[in-house]
Design a protein around this ligand. Structure first.
Ligand SMILES: C[S@@+](CC[C@H](N)C(=O)[O-])C[C@H]1O[C@@H](n2cnc3c(N)ncnc32)[C@H](O)[C@@H]1O
Length: 307
């Protein structure tokens, strides 16, 4: 196993330290101490992230952000005899996480999988998102705003085929401010019991259930905190987080600095329901000379970077 760094409560670091590859830990005790400083010696950080938690991830991004090349979530807890067990921490799926099915091959199979994941993309948008990602240059993909993972499930299908990764930035607060309670409660009721009501758990559970968890690099934090720290270039970006004018503008301007030449950025919800997104794109983004308009289907609008 490659060296990994653990981000955890002190009680769990002991279990993690027995795994091959253990290279250090950040805990609540040493966040600002010498251990945290020593992390910068690692050429590349792979993290085992215990108990996804916004405070932990925010802090990790601040300390180790520029060195993140890849990390994955492996949930871990001490077993009965003290031996480390790779398992889910504070929630228990019956029999552990579901075994990952084979990756879907081709557009139709990917669309069939994505249509099972709860979310807001129309069929036309799903199909267009696939086409846009397929026509983008290779390399990492970035999604800002993942919610339960509908778009992530689609984008990750191509990532799996091409051996690349999808960074998913989301704060995963349990109820988004603009989501009506009725809708949220209805949605929660459809979720498997172990993950009911916890948004990031729903995201992770569905990713495991449908087999794309390993393709994801989830960054649980606010976009404005992590985007300036990313040192990775991306061939494709999908922006679907906060839809007010200032936020979509901030996310876009911050992210596109990391878009490769020829790379594509797609925006969701450019429509009457979210007029700020449409206004930002129509009044500002289309005027840019370093991007060309690629197209629009339903509320999805895409641009290609020229320079
Ligand atoms: C419309 S949903 C994303 C839907 C998703 N792309 C899909 O296909 O179902 C918007 C998401 O953006 C997240 N979000 C909003 N503002 C954010 C911010 N500043 N930083 C990180 N995530 C944010 C919310 O938590 C929410 O999960």
């Amino acid at each position: 196993m490659e060296p990994f760094v653990v981000l955890a409560r002190p009680a769990l670091v002991d279990a993690a330290s027995r795994l091959e590859g253990f290279a250090g830990a950040l805990t609540l005790d040493n966040y600002y101490g010498p251990e945290a400083t020593r992390l910068s010696e690692f050429p590349a950080v792979r993290t085992i992230l215990l108990e996804p938690d916004p405070i932990l991830v925010d802090h990790f991004a601040a300390v180790a952000g520029p060195r993140i090349v890849d990390y994955r979530i492996v949930l871990l807890r001490p077993g009965v005899d003290g031996a480390p067990m790779l398992q889910t921490p504070h929630y228990q799926f019956d029999g552990g996480l579901p075994a990952a099915p084979a990756a879907p091959v081709g557009k139709d199979a990917a669309l069939a999988l994505t249509s099972k994941v709860i979310g807001f993309l129309t069929d036309v948008e799903m199909s267009y998102l696939w086409d846009l990602e397929s026509s983008a240059p290779g390399g990492y993909r970035l999604e800002i705003g993942s919610w339960c993972g509908k778009s992530a499930s689609l984008l990750s299908s191509l990532c799996r085929a091409e051996g690349t990764k999808l960074f998913c930035v989301d704060q995963w607060v349990d109820r988004q401010g603009d989501l009506p309670w009725d809708f949220y409660n209805q949605f929660v009721a459809t979720m498997p019991r172990p993950v009911q009501g916890r948004l990031m758990d729903v995201f992770l559970y569905q990713a495991a259930l449908y087999g794309y968890l390993d393709t994801l690099i989830p960054l649980r934090t606010r976009s404005e905190r992590v985007l300036p720290l990313l040192q990775t270039d991306f061939g494709f970006m999908f922006i679907d987080a906060d839809h007010n004018y200032a936020s979509v503008k901030r996310d876009a301007l911050c992210a596109i600095g990391r878009l490769q030449r020829g790379g594509i950025v797609a925006f969701h919800d450019s429509n009457d329901y979210f007029p700020d997104v449409r206004e930002f794109l129509e009044q500002e983004f289309v005027r840019r000379t370093d991007f060309e308009f690629v197209g629009q289907r339903d509320s999805m609008m895409a641009f290609r970077k020229l320079a």
